[in-house]
Design a protein around this ligand. Sequence first.
Ligand SMILES: *Cc1c(COP(=O)(O)O)cnc(C)c1O
Length: 358
Amino acid sequence: MLMEDYTTLGFDISPVHTSRLNDVDFDNLAFGKVFSDHMFVMDFADGKWQRGEVSAFGPMTFSPAMMSLHYGQAIFEGMKAFRQPDGSVSLFRPGANIKRFNFSARRMSMPEVPEDVFMQALVEMLKLDQGWVPSKADSALYIRPFMFATEAHVGVRPSQRYRFCIFTCPVGAYYTKAVRVKVEQHFTRAAHGGTGAAKAAGNYAGSLYPTELAKSEGYDQILWTDASTHTAVEECGTMNVAFVIDGKMVVPKTSDTVLSGVTRASAIHLMQHEGIDVEERRVTVQELVDAAEAGSLTEAFGLGTAATVSPICTLGLPGKDWDLPDFATWTVAPTVKKSLDGVRYGTGEDPFGWNIPV
Ligand SMILES: *Cc1c(COP(=O)(O)O)cnc(C)c1O
C-alpha cells in the first residue's frame, strides 16, 4: 500500500519493512499468542492526547515507578474484525466497544479517547494489517485496545500520563467444549459501587484465585453470584450468561456488578427479532436448581466476544452437581451463534446494521 494513502490522517504511520505474515501457521492459531505486524500507540500528557503512531508491534520501555503497575489504572476492550465473503473486512459494532472503553476510563479516572480518533486508529490498523484477518471458517482478527497509567510517581492519585494502544491477534475457531461451572458462594467478582461493570484489569486479577480453586475442585469456570447474598446469578467467568427456562431465554439484568456485554446485548436483540421470548431480570440460584430438578432448565451458556457462545454442561453446588440436557437437544444457543455469525461473517441477515466495513 502506498504511503500517500495515509498522509491525510492525523497519525504518523511507520509500516514495517518486512511483514511476519509468512511465518504464521493460520491452521494452528493459539488464541492470543500471535500478534499482527503493527500496533497503535497514542500518549496522553500535558492534559491532552498527543499525536498517535502506527508502527511495528514490539516491546516498550517504562519506569519501574509507572503508576499502573502500583495502583492499577489499566483498562481494556476486546472486539473482532471478520473476513467477508467478498474478501473485504468488517468490524462488529465497534462503536459499542468504543463507548464502553470510555465508560471504563471514566470509572477509573482516566482520560476518554475521542470516539472519532479511536475509530480512525482501528481503521488505520486494519488497513495496514488486513492480510492478518484470517479467512477460514470461525476465525477472526481479535482486536485489543487498552490504556494504562504511565506517569512515574509513588503516591495514590490519578496519573497525569497515559498510554492508549491497540494491537491485534489472528484467532482460529475457539474450542467450545461445554464447561462445568461452580456456583460461587464465597468469593465475589463485583460489588455494588465497585468496578465490575468496567473492563478494568484488576477485576480479572481478583478472579484468578477463586477460579484456580474451582479448577482444583473439578470445575472449568465460575458462575458468579451477587456479593451481598450470593443468591442471584450474575456472570460466568469473564462472560455474560444466559439460560433457557420453560423455553424462554432468561438473562441476568445488567447493573454495576454485571458488565454490559456487546455479545449479550446483540444476542438478546437477535433472539427477539427471531420471535424468541427473552427476559432480562434477576435470576436466582434457587430458581435454576428448581428448574434443573423439574427438567425445565434446558440450556445454559456464556456470551462473550472471544468464544461467542460457550455452553455450560454442569452447575456445581455444594454437595450436588446439576447436569444440563445434552447439547444436541439445545435450540436457543445454536440459534444465537448462527444469527451472530451470520451478521459478523456477512453470510446472513444484518437486521440492525451492526456490520461496519472498514
Ligand atoms: C468482556 C466481558 C464480557 C463480555 O463482553 P463482550 O462485549 O460480549 O465481549 C462479559 N463479562 C465480563 C466481566 C467481561 O470482561
